[in-house]
Ligand binder design. Structure first.
Ligand code: SAM
Ligand code: SF4
Length: 326
């Protein structure tokens, strides 16, 4: 098992398949195309599958594919299928902005994808374009509707930024009630490329819950698994679920069970830490599975107790979100 020095078992890995993206969300990417990793630096599907197989041998059973935008990586469904075949892997899921999902959905479903998290921060086109610096709201709403029609488990992730996405919160609460799709709000974290994060721009989970109570209906907590970063609530009439991922104001480090593999093959034991192991070098240097397993162990063992964003000495991570894999 991958157990850290605080006894946390790591059973979940987030795999970034690319640092490229077709949107330019202001809280994540710069307006201009950044210096992406070179193609030769990016792990192949075979390399990713090997790392996941080794991780599965150490108790990892849950894999989320992310990016950048994972669907800009061609033939992603092939990776979904090969990871899904690994003994011990119970769940392969995807976090996407949804822009390219409609075209790829049939292949992804045939490959065994069961659930998808779609990031959507606004329900009106002008706010969507302001936030993502690209058009595309209709495409995203259309594919959400298709997922629902086909019975695919879908959740919405929306960023919570004061004065920016704040005016979308109530509309999302009503959307959750109308569609039955859970909407989770992620507090804005200091991982934007532009370096504009300041604490005053974080719209806290508590403030969001208050907005619901005052402007939609009161919410009550739902039962949920311990390791989930989200706290889910339902409206008090039982209609509609909303969740809060309060990474900044109420960190969930004590129950964290995940680590990350970046697109260029670096392990990250925490979103806010540095790179914690160079898997690519081992993969390409002919290392054995045992050596790679040891690197996974070491990466998890070096994990800190908490992410420390509330510490005055906290340094922003050198990589922004799109290059780590959110
Ligand atoms: N492109 C895909 C998408 O947007 O779903 C996957 C990658 S994206 C980096 C994953 C998640 O990270 C998205 O839900 C996005 O809202 C979130 N994210 C990006 N930058 C963030 C930040 N600075 N603070 C909090 N969440 C952030
Ligand atoms: Fe792209 Fe996702 Fe970052 Fe938006 S949040 S810029 S969609 S990687």
């Amino acid at each position: 098992m991958l157990v850290d020095q605080f006894g946390r078992k790591h059973t979940s890995v987030r795999v970034s398949v690319t640092d490229r993206c077709n949107l330019r969300c202001t809280y994540c990417m710069p307006a201009d195309t950044p210096d992406y990793a070179e193609r030769r630096e990016i792990l192949t599907f075979e390399e990713i599958t090997r790392v996941v197989r080794i991780a599965a041998g150490l108790g990892v059973d849950d894999v989320r594919l992310t990016g950048g935008e994972p669907l800009v990586r061609s033939q992603l469904h092939k990776l979904v299928a090969s990871i899904g075949e690994i003994s011990g892997i119970k769940k392969v899921s995807l976090t996407t902005n949804g822009i390219l999902l409609a075209d790829q959905l049939p292949d992804l479903l045939s490959a065994g994808l069961k659930s998808v998290n779609i990031s959507l921060d606004a329900l009106d086109e002008s706010a969507f374009t302001q936030i993502t610096r690209r058009p595309g709201l209709k495409r995203v709403l259309d594919v959400i509707a298709v997922c629902q029609e086909q019975g695919i488990k879908v959740k919405i992730n929306a960023i919570a930024m004061r004065d920016f996405t704040e005016h979308q919160i109530v509309a999302f609460g009503e959307f959750a009630r109308r569609t039955g799709i859970p909407v989770r709000f992620i507090e804005f974290m200091p991982l934007d490329s532009d370096g504009n994060w300041v604490e005053s721009k974080v719209l806290s989970g508590q403030q969001i819950l208050k907005m619901f109570s005052q402007q939609v209906r009161p919410v009550v907590p739902k039962n949920q698994p311990n390791a989930s970063p989200a706290t889910d609530y339902e409206f008090d009439d039982g209609v509609g679920t909303v969740g809060i991922i309060a990474s900044v104001t109420e960190p969930f480090c004590s129950t964290c069970n995940r680590f990350r593999l970046t697109a260029d093959g670096q392990l990250r034991n925490c979103l806010f830490g540095g790179d914690s192991g160079d898997v690519r070098q081992l993969l390409r240097g002919g290392s054995s599975d045992e050596t790679i397993a040891q690197l996974l162990h070491d990466a998890v063992l070096s994990k800190h107790r908490g992410h420390g964003t509330d510490d005055l000495s906290f340094d922003r991570p050198s990589r922004p979100m799109y290059s780590i894999g959110g």
